[in-house]
Write a protein that binds this ligand. Sequence first.
Ligand code: FMN
Length: 375
Amino acid sequence: MTTPRLFQSLTIRGVVMPNRIVLAPMCQYSAKDGFANDWHLVHLGRFAMGGFGCVMAEATAVEPEGRITHGDLGLWNDAQIAPLKQTSDFIRNRGVVPAIQIAHAGRKASMQRPWNGNGPLNESDLARGDQPWEIKAPSAIAVDAGYILPEELSKAEIEQLVIRFGEATARADAAGFDLVETHGAHGYLIASFLSPITNQRHDSYGGDRAGRMRFALEVARSMREKLPSHKALFFRVSSVDGAENGWSMADTVVLAAELRSIGVDVIDCSSGGLTGSSTTQNTKRGLGYQAPFAKETREVAGIPTMAVGLILDGPQAEKLLEEGSADLIAIGREALKNPHWGHDAAYSLGFDHDFGLWPEQSGWWLDKRAKAMNR
Ligand SMILES: Cc1cc2nc3c(=O)[nH]c(=O)nc-3n(C[C@H](O)[C@H](O)[C@H](O)COP(=O)(O)O)c2cc1C
């Protein structure tokens, strides 16, 4: 049979993806002082054994103040490289591309872990030892009533943050990641510069679209400079804020074209998250609801894209590739439910019926069982 599109390899610069399935970045809120541990190795390792072509580690902060919660990963310190390298080595040794998302939470920093309330830190968090910290953002506008009011970043602080994104990228490279993604979505620092709702500056980092895009472009440039040219740089954008008079698709395609010209390889098309603590968007969600953003960005800006959001099975993912919606498919929550999502997708597309793509420690047995049952 012909290889389904989902299982055709893709080469980006020197990075060879064995298939089009990417594990979406998903915060585990399980680090201490930004350091990765066994949880991250086992959590991400599952997907490297589960048929994903690329496994992306969660939003990883460029400075302690840029963490969403006390449990976020960080790469602000050289000592944080080694424990992450253990994870990237495991992923690479499975023939899978190790990737990591680099982030700063901006005004959405200093929050509770989702399962502790997903809001601003309160008395019960303090009792656990989770102290709040001062937060900064493009403008002094809080996420909502009851949230910490951020201080407006000075120009000098903005320039320092651009450097920090570059430094964290250099550490990600040293930690063995072949693909780095800029977190420009969900209302965190970069996204809050992009949107006119959260960026009300009057200097060169605010105002019109070009001013509001300036920080994002400087960060992407700084990251590209620190990443060897054979490694890939992705950029995740909230294609639309989902808020009235906010960032729109017309803005996204302009940003995407600019990012392409400075060496970003793929736009990862998410949406929403500007207001409120979660990444929710104020528009209706259905299967593949963000894929139209990936399609439009790909067609108008002429840059490869990744589709994400309620993509549940192999045939659905295959259809999106067939329709030209995206070049890559990211799977988030469905992977939490089924870490072998990639292998199941292959099976459901009539591919890999001999379990040859599985780790041989499992595949050999599954094939033998299937043959015995068919006898
Ligand atoms: C537990 C969890 C943690 C997440 N953490 C991140 C993150 O670190 N960075 C990010 O850009 N998106 C994050 N997201 C959003 C996912 O990457 C993804 O875009 C979203 O879940 C939609 O895809 P899905 O329907 O396949 O889950 C997270 C989502 C979940 C469920």
